[in-house]
Design a protein. Structure first.
Length: 175
């Protein structure tokens, strides 16, 4: 009788071991799934953050170029581009000084072109950012003897998100 009882006892713990093993495997699968989901979520958050940085740099760069690229024969185009990307204090200051600027540009026969050479985000949060922008170009006017001269401009551009668009709230020449 002992020979029959011992195998039966050994066999009785086998289902418990298999059940325990199945629980461990199920827990491992759940943990792996959660870790995979979190990794995917982290990658998505990083991608979203990177896109936001790109949008901020693009908006600040466009504003800097809009300011620098002007031709006294078509100042309305410059005005339209600058005001389209502006808000708040910067928009008010720009529009308030526009008549005076038009006269100065027209009298000097100013033609200026420039391209952003570098831009970097120096500060960013959920709905605002500060971007440093370097522009290189040429300026020609009566003061330069109608000869094109190389110019470099550096701007600090503060942008804010307004209805899904990044607009310039403040712009300063920094060098």
């Amino acid at each position: 009788m002992t020979a029959r009882t011992e195998p039966a006892r050994r066999a009785s713990w086998l289902p418990a071991v298999l059940y325990g093993l199945a629980l461990v495997l199920a827990a491992a699968c759940v943990a792996g799934g959660v870790a995979s989901f979190r990794a995917h979520e982290d990658r998505q958050d990083a991608r979203t953050e990177q896109e936001r940085y790109g949008d901020v740099v693009k908006a600040a760069s466009a504003q800097a170029e809009a300011l620098v690229n002007l031709d006294y024969r078509d100042l309305q185009s410059t005005y339209d581009k600058v005001t389209a990307g502006a808000t708040g204090d910067f928009l008010k200051q720009y529009t308030d000084s526009w008549k005076d600027q038009q006269q100065i540009f027209a009298q000097a026969k100013s033609v200026s072109t420039g391209k952003v050479r570098a831009a970097a985000v120096s500060n960013i949060d959920k709905d605002s950012a500060t971007v440093m922008v370097a522009v290189q170009g040429t300026t020609r006017n009566t003061a330069t003897g109608e000869e094109a001269q190389q110019r470099r401009f550096r701007f600090r551009v503060d942008v804010v998100e307004v209805d899904g668009a990044w607009l310039t709230q403040k712009l300063e020449f920094v060098g």
